[in-house]
Design a protein around this ligand. Structure first.
Ligand SMILES: Cc1cc2nc3c(=O)[nH]c(=O)nc-3n(C[C@H](O)[C@H](O)[C@H](O)COP(=O)(O)OP(=O)(O)OC[C@H]3O[C@@H](n4cnc5c(N)ncnc54)[C@H](O)[C@@H]3O)c2cc1C
Length: 306
């Protein structure tokens, strides 16, 4: 029986595990992979105290940090959680490899990319339409490509692709971008990148491989763009299915937490990071929220709540 089980190996899960280990709480961290979403980023420039680091190097540092406490008060399992059930005095966490009991849970399973749902999207996925520039971008070297999205991820993707593609067109459905001003400025200083606002993508077309897309402008006028590479960055879906009947979720499926403590509607469960209803999602926020959760959780254990 663990005092605490942490699910997730992104900045939230790792922070929670490190703080728990240092407080000598008997803890198990379970994660499919260590690093989290920004593992695919070539350069993270706002992880406080680190001027620039690749997502892969940050993941390595995360792993080194938790390994420091391994077998002391922290166990580490690279497994995928499939089910969470609740008994009277504990939670039962079933993974693809085993079953573990925990008196409390810190849930930090983050989020996954939202898929675009328009005609042709499924047909051309991995045939020109992709959700990961780092993984698939180099295939489109010297070609004209399109990025759909107007947030930080969309802009970062455009900048990354401009390094080796012929041109990048950034299509954004609304009339304004949600990315940071500094990122927007830097992106449009690059002559290879142009942006089109009020561009609502309606269809992908081609024969066996993607050949282009159609979009409507604010007057519903249809336009066609020829391209063999489209990168979609239209937001994230919280990974909260496992907790559906255990904690209160928002309308968009995010875990509702008390912002002072990160505790959920279930007394045994705390949550932090991108899976929660916090307004902003960043590595530093995920880490900070998990620290907050741990402080509160530790206090609850000390008070003899479990
Ligand atoms: C391309 C990209 C670039 C980004 N760049 C930046 C940046 O420069 N700066 C910044 O601050 N933020 C950046 N972000 C946002 C940042 O990555 C997220 O805010 C942050 O990763 C959230 O951390 P998290 O710990 O909540 O969740 P995640 O990072 O999503 O981690 C979730 C963890 O849970 C695990 N998991 C999920 N389901 C299960 C399961 N069923 N069983 C076991 N484990 C599971 C996953 O394997 C993973 O380890 C970027 C995001 C993307 C996509």
């Amino acid at each position: 029986m663990y005092d605490l089980i942490v699910i997730g190996g992104g900045p939230a899960g790792i922070s929670g595990a490190v703080y728990a280990a240092r407080k000598k709480i008997k803890t198990l961290i379970i994660a499919t992979e260590i690093g989290g979403q920004s593992i695919v980023s070539p350069g993270i420039e706002n992880w406080i105290g680190t001027l620039k680091i690749s997502g892969l190097d940050l993941a390595k540092k995360f792993e080194d940090h938790i390994k420091l406490y391994k077998n002391n008060s922290l166990d580490i399992k690279k497994e995928t959680v499939e089910e969470i059930t609740e008994e009277k005095d504990y939670l039962n966490i079933k993974t693809n490899k085993g079953s573990y009991k925990g008196k409390t849970l810190l849930y930090t399973a983050g989020s996954v990319r939202r898929k675009i749902q328009i005609p042709g999207a499924e047909k051309f996925e991995h045939k020109g339409l992709t959700y990961c520039a780092t993984c698939d971008g180099p295939v489109f070297a010297e070609m004209d490509v399109v990025v759909i999205g107007g947030g930080n991820a969309g802009f970062e993707t455009a900048l990354q692709l401009a390094e080796y593609t012929k041109s990048v067109t950034l299509l954004n459905r609304s009339s304004y971008y949600t990315a940071d001003e500094i990122t927007i400025k830097k992106t449009f200083e690059n002559e290879k990148i142009k942006g089109i606002l009020n561009a609502n993508t309606t269809e992908f077309f081609g024969d066996t491989l993607l050949e282009g897309l159609k979009f409507e402008d604010e007057n519903k006028k249809e336009h066609t763009l020829s391209t063999s590479g489209v990168f979609v960055e239209i937001g994230l879906i919280p990974s909260t299915k496992l907790l559906k009947n255990r904690v209160k979720l928002s309308e968009t499926g995010k875990i509702i937490t008390d912002p002072k403590t990160q505790r959920t509607s279930n007394n045994r469960i705390w949550a932090a990071g991108d899976c929660t209803d916090g307004l902003y999602h960043q590595n530093n926020i995920a880490a900070g929220d998990a620290v907050k959760a741990l402080e509160n959780l530790f206090f609850s254990i000390k008070k003899g709540e479990f």
